[in-house]
Design a protein around this ligand. Structure first.
Ligand code: ADP
Ligand code: MG
Length: 692
């Protein structure tokens, strides 16, 4: 009966009271296996009760946060057939109605007597009404704010609400905290002015003020930044060794021919990028270059010049794209452009038949200089290259580190070209990728029409939908994007599915609609995208960011709901999906947003320059949002934000320099603990620094 008495941070979470098999499963999904990991799961935000407004004080037009108890609730139908969940909440000062249009299922999870924390605009609708943009169900227990006036909100997952996580941490924090041992030397903590690890963990989990929570966070962030600088220093020496490569010769055979057959002139930026790439490939250093350029800036053709150089030197070339659809699109583009050169690209994807697959494989296995386009099927064991000289990874941020590296390992030190539309500041690129050169396409091919962009309030919904209908009547297609707007993916997905059903049976009952979301298997997503590309779908409703790089010239409308949920760069990526044909295209942001959000969104509305937008994004929201979702497997920074934590970053750099000067390979006894932690916690990140 008695559980293992020996308490240790390595104790499996299943042995903690309050954790059964189901919760253990859910914790695992969050990457939490041991007690140590549980306490390193820190709040992603805090609600400070001092910023909560008394309900009686709310005015129409406010954007407010309130905490109140549900005194009554129910689901109401509206004239438009939309079902609305409503709850009346009360605090010491008064009552207000809260209303969730299109989310009747909330009736099942929100109970009378529950305490809710609500954030959103207050509007006039038979009196004051709050429309929550976000809410947290604090449940019936009031312990949430008991420890102080600051409420910790944890990243949650399906089957494990942030409340349960908070309860678990509450229950065990006192007993496990003393087991943490600081592994950073004292002088480093003093240099950065941060508390020791156990103290920092208490501060982040149970702060008495937001300032204290920030102090605790700083300790954890400092360690991440320090780790980056240490790893980077090691990576540099490693890279020097790894960067030996093969020198190609600029024969100007295929590349000159390509230039002649191109239906357009290269932009100045493209010429520059090609020149940089050719120089890399012709040096005896291995190329490791990022080609960065806004959507539509023409990265593909630059890659094609690199490919021609490799092929005229007798090498094979692999171009890897994140989806089958994109791979097919590239294959078709290459086929068209290269036909006059007598080069036929080979396509390799997962859905290729066994026979075609074998045929392709045998061409790669012979030393024939071929151009191969494909998905991650290219990096599978069964795909072997006899003479890979150039590896190109399109939309590189969509791939995991392992996949990117695996392609480079298919040959003997091939040159590597990574391509991405997500602008990464140089300093950050260095931090993320170690030793990396960057080429930038900062010029747009001529003759491109800008996309007409506008922001519309909720009350214009009817008109906006009519406008979309008008475009469809003209034979055009539209994208409609719904972000995930809840802490729980499941609830949000249900909301999206419902919104989709409402459009499908209501406004657009006579149109062909399809829904695309992240939980669908990729074959299903590809099939939907293909149907859209082939004009079999009029309106594509999507909860995920629509497949990057996809080119549907007939799509002229991008309608985005809850635009405030997106980073500006993400919005820009979305906008890039339209305006690809000759017809005028439109990007419409729909919904009521706070004045702050409006200001931010209007920057996006006002400019079409991806780099300017990225700069604004970085300035306003830090780098987390730049990438949209956090990238799994390479979350070097779970806590730190290198663009914001500038001062901590400087301390970390100085700290790392001093530390490595004392003990270059951290082999001294006093650095043993740190070395172990680095190896354990950042082994994934270390992968980042492998070249190719
Ligand atoms: P991205 O950088 O987003 O991958 P693409 O390489 O797909 O962009 O190019 C977008 C479109 O622009 C393609 O249709 C391509 O043929 C065209 N294009 C590329 N370079 C030029 C150019 N210099 N002049 C005119 N059109 C160009
Ligand atoms: Mg592209």
């Amino acid at each position: 009966m008695a559980r293992v008495a020996q308490k240790s941070l390595d104790t499996n979470v299943t042995y903690l009271t309050g954790v059964g098999p189901a919760r253990a499963d859910a914790l695992r999904k969050l990457g939490i296996f041991t007690a140590r990991e549980l306490f390193l799961h820190v709040p992603h935000r805090y609600e400070d009760a001092s910023t909560v407004a008394p309900i009686a004080k709310l005015r129409i037009g406010d954007d407010a946060t309130i905490i109140g108890t549900v005194v009554s609730k129910g689901v109401l139908p509206t004239r438009k057939g939309l079902r609305v969940f409503q709850a009346v909440v009360q605090d010491a000062s008064g009552l207000i109605e809260a209303s969730w249009p299109g989310q009747p299922f909330l009736d099942r999870t929100i109970k009378k007597g529950d305490m809710l924390l609500l954030t959103g605009p207050v509007r006039f609708f038979h009196g004051r009404q709050l429309v929550p943009r976000e809410f947290v169900n604090l449940g019936t227990d009031e312990s949430g704010t008991a420890g102080g006036r600051v409420l910790s909100v944890y990243p949650a997952t399906e089957g494990l609400s942030f409340k349960i996580i908070r309860q678990l941490i509450d229950k065990h924090l006192e007993e496990y905290l003393p087991l943490y041992v600081e592994h950073l030397p004292d002088w480093l903590l003093q240099l950065a002015g941060v508390p020791s690890l156990p103290e920092a963990l208490r501060m982040v989990h149970r702060p008495t003020s937001i300032t204290e929570a920030e102090r605790g966070r700083a300790r954890l962030a400092f360690e991440e930044l320090l780790a980056v600088h240490i790893l980077q220093a090691r990576a540099k020496s490693l890279a020097r060794e790894q960067r030996r490569g093969t020198a190609m010769t600029n024969r100007r055979e295929l590349t000159s021919k390509l230039k002649q057959v191109l239906p357009f002139e290269l932009t100045g930026a493209q010429v520059r990028a090609v020149r940089e790439i050719v120089a890399d490939m012709c040096s005896d250093r291995r190329m490791h270059r990022l080609l960065q350029g806004d959507v539509g800036s023409g990265k593909t053709v630059v890659a094609l010049f690199a490919a021609m150089l490799a092929i005229e030197n007798g090498f094979q070339v692999a171009v890897m794209a994140p989806t089958e659809l994109l791979a097919e699109q590239h294959a078709r583009t290459f086929e068209k452009l290269l036909a006059p050169l007598g080069i036929l690209p080979v396509l390799i994807t997962g859905s290729l038949g066994a026979k075609a697959r074998r045929a392709a494989a045998s061409r790669l296995a012979s030393a024939e200089p071929v151009l191969v386009v494909g998905t991650h099927a290219l990096v599978q064991d069964s795909t072997e290259f006899a003479k890979l000289g150039l590896a190109v990874v399109d939309e590189q941020h969509r791939f995991g580190v392992e996949q990117r590296n695996a392609l480079g390992k298919k040959g003997a030190r091939p040159d590597t070209l990574l391509m991405s539309a997500t602008p990464i500041p140089r300093s950050l690129a260095l931090t993320l990728y170690g030793d990396l050169d960057v080429s930038i396409l900062d010029e747009r091919p001529p003759g491109r029409q800008p996309v007409t962009t506008a922001r519309r309030a909720e009350k214009a919904r009817e008109k906006v939908l009519q406008f979309v209908e008008g475009q469809v009547v003209q034979g055009r297609q539209a994208y409609l994007v719904l972000p995930l707007i809840d802490e729980s993916e499941k609830v949000a997905l249900r909301a999206a599915t419902q919104a989709f059903e409402e459009l499908r049976t209501g406004h657009f009952a006579h149109r062909r609609l399809a829904l695309l979301h992240g939980r669908q298997p990729s074959e299903e997503k590809d099939a939907t995208m293909r149907a859209f590309r082939d004009g079999e779908i009029d309106i594509l409703v999507s909860t995920t960011v629509i497949e990057v790089g996809i080119d549907v010239a007939n799509a002229t409308v991008m309608l985005i709901e809850h635009p405030e949920r997106f980073g500006l760069s993400q919005l820009h990526q979305l906008r890039g999906r339209v305006g690809r044909g000759a017809a005028e295209s439109f990007c419409i942001l729909l919904g009521d947003v706070s004045p702050d959000a409006a200001e931010r969104l209007d920057i996006f509305v006002g400019t079409d320059d991806g780099f300017e937008i990225a700069r604004e994004d970085l300035r306003i929201r830090g780098m987390g949002d730049l990438f949209g979702e956090r990238q799994h497997g390479e979350a070097m920074f779970r806590i730190a934000d290198p663009l914001r934590d500038v001062e901590l970053g400087a301390f970390a750099r100085t700290g790392a320099e001093q530390l490595l000067a004392k003990d270059p390979d951290l082999s001294k006894p006093e650095h043993k603990a740190l070395n172990t932690v680095l190896k354990k916690s950042y082994s994934k990140a270390l992968e980042l620094f492998r070249v190719g």
